[in-house]
Design a protein around this ligand. Sequence first.
Ligand SMILES: Cc1cc2nc3c(=O)[nH]c(=O)nc-3n(C[C@H](O)[C@H](O)[C@H](O)COP(=O)(O)O)c2cc1C
Length: 392
Amino acid sequence: MHQMLPQSPIAKQDLSRIIPETLEQYRDRGGYQGLLRAIDLGPQAVRAQIRESELRGRGGAAFPTYLKWQALVDATGDKYLVVNGAEGEPGAFKDRFLMTAAPHQVLEGIQISGFALGVKDVIFYINDQFQEAITALNGALAEMASMQWAGDSRLGFSVTLVPESHVYIAGEETALISVLNGGPAQPWRKPPYPTTQGYQGQPTAVNNVETMAHVALVLRNSPEWYKAYRPALFSVDGDVARPGVYELPLGTSLQDLLTQAGGDDIQRVLPGGYSMPWIEPEDYQIALDYSVLKEHGSGLGASIICIGGFRDLSIVVNEIMTFFARETCGKCPLCARGTKMLAEMLTPRGSLLTPGEAEQIVLKAQKYRHKGICTYMDTAVHMAEMAVPSLT
Ligand SMILES: Cc1cc2nc3c(=O)[nH]c(=O)nc-3n(C[C@H](O)[C@H](O)[C@H](O)COP(=O)(O)O)c2cc1C
């Protein structure tokens, strides 16, 4: 049963044909009941509901939403909520589809979150290439403005959509705030955390678009319902017959998802896009769940990329490393050098690495671990460590 999307799955190729859900349609399926409930409960009780729901952020790091919110509430100053609609990860399109198909689902979550956090304003950063999503959100914002009981004046803050020309690293929360503050798309070393010093130097919670949609679900139903259902959006891409956005419970087996998406001859699956190590066929029964994947040395992220059996893995690995080398922001020279070095060492070769080459690559890569301001270089190191045995 799907709750976040008006239908599931939404096929990837249908983006231009998606007709955004209207306010009326959204209300027919319980939309904005969560906001009404939140207003009745009050901010503190709403935050307690989010704690009880055990909601984790859907931007990739799976950070408990309640903890981030509490840090914001405990900070002093004008508070801001920044919604992260960057979605620059290869193979990821769940946020883009969600914003386009169900803009009110996202906006209801934003309204509830802003209310629960007592924010001055909500800044909604969105990749300016997502034209369909921007149109859908603007339409929904206009519809919402006509709602007396949920309009800006009642809640005391506005939601400002900020389309930005996007580069991958700008999706990282500190880089994103830097861009919004008029600076370069580069992260900063934490602390300070955005929850104490972020947008305009003020305490800021950065939350992913899908996380916002989940907030609406928790308040519409209940934390107990949410924990039992455990909804998630999976963006499935690569060599499958039916790429698309699938709304399924966390804990669904990878094999089940592959079957639904039509992935018959898949030699590797990246369950967290380029940011997480891949899964091999003997482990396809694994549950798509944070803790299970973590134990396995991998994790969930923004996309699920399926690599068909016909592909040369060395070419795939080289493409991933070339992506890292191209997209590094260059602020940390070690990251700029390290990603380039890995792209050069892990060339498409058609033949295998010798044991000596393999050892060299892993040893050199590991020297770069934990040296950057953000986790970008660590991701590339991880990917190299995982890929080398398959190429040996
Ligand atoms: C290189 C890099 C790129 C990222 N890109 C995105 C992105 O496109 N969208 C997103 O929501 N989070 C992205 N993140 C994660 C954000 O830093 C942040 O954890 C997230 O927006 C927090 O929201 P959540 O707690 O609701 O998941 C990225 C992180 C890194 C290191």
